[in-house]
Ligand binder design. Sequence first.
Ligand code: PFF
Length: 473
Amino acid sequence: MSASREQFGSRLGFILAAAGSAVGIGNLVGFPVAAAKNGGGAFLFIYAVFVIFICLPVMMAEISIGRHTQHAPMNAFRSLSYGHRGWTFAGFLSLITPYMIAVFYTVITVWLFGYLWEAATGGLANLADPNYFGAFINSNDVFLHLIAVEAIVFFILFSGVKGGIERGAKIMMPTLFVMLIALVLFVLTLDNAFAGVRYYFVPDFSKINSSVINTALSQAFFSLSLGMGIMITYGSYMQRDDDLPSSAKFVAATDTLVAFIAGLLIMPAIFSFNPDTNTADLSDSSVGLIFTFLPKIFLAMQTSIGYVGASLVASLFFLLVFFAAITSLVSITEVPNSALMGSAKYSRTRSLSIIGASMLVFTVLCVFSFGRIEGLTQFMTYAGVNKSFFDVIIDVFYDTILPLNGLLACLLVLTHWKRTNFHRELERGSPNYRNSWLEKYVDFSLRTFIPAILLIIFINTVALKYFGVSLIG
Ligand code: PFF
């Protein structure tokens, strides 16, 4: 245990940084559309149940592993398992996962920055052109935007845990919340806005089937930044006497609240554009929605608020999503950085330079995989679908491995660390946690149904993604 390990300056600092990680593109766009397509209020209800009863205990496990060991994932796993080989491999998985997620998330953040730039400089009409996105992602402008995004992310990270990550979150998170509320208030004044609100809230339980349940749980898991090593790493920076269970509750609540509120922005906007929208026709992909669908909606607003007004709304929206993406990107890049600093005993500057340079190589490979280089564009084929290098990274690291990593964290607690030690860590700084209902629940759920559910989701995703068979609907 190193005495000089960096720390967040306060409990609020930890909460804002962890919530900054959790609030991302998934909350602002992925969640509202998943809810609208899958039963509205019924989906919201199931999602909230999953956050509270399944994700919260996993989040508490991950944060406490970090705080107890004072290490980033790989060394944390090694230390709790006393160097057992199998667990070192599990630790490696929760290191390579954030590394690769950071690569593809950088690409999406770069696109967001490009759209923000275009909207803010008068080019909203271009963004609404259906051919724009395809041309943009293969243009050389992407490299300029890439430099800008890397400069922002690494500037924050070079400034350290307290001076960079915490300070960045303290500025960006409240700003994000204000922008979100301002946009919601604005879209609610549009014609037909309430048709969207109705669609979002009115429960339709007939839409709930096993695949919707799978979607809701995966969405919740991913939205809370679980299985990515982030909560372990941020936990290792948390002060030893902070109240961990309440902090975890706050982070989960903030993330869920932002997702719920984002629905009040996206759904009314979609319905005011087309009151007869059939949500089944909306794209499943957040990327498709953000970059091709929503710009059309913003442009259509010019009939009521003029081109400048519409450009302002679009710019505010892209800035909102950009801030959410930056705080997530910072958190995920910090995982491999923290691991390298810890195991090689490198300075922050040296470690970040190595991580940054190596990630850049993969990021550029992704940028070339949208048609510029054949071998990267047609990288692999599985379940009958051709996949680019970028797609493969998303499928493997984002869509498949997260529940497995969450499962491994739970198993590590159960088999090596042991539940009593785990609860002792949670009780530090939180005397009320001892013998509480929450403690009993966390204990019971982690040794019974949570690992089972995570295993089922993992197996089903593998069957579906790579073999085209759905085992649970
Ligand atoms: N919780 C994030 C979201 O909802 O978008 C997930 C995430 C993605 C976190 C990418 C970090 C990250 F780099």
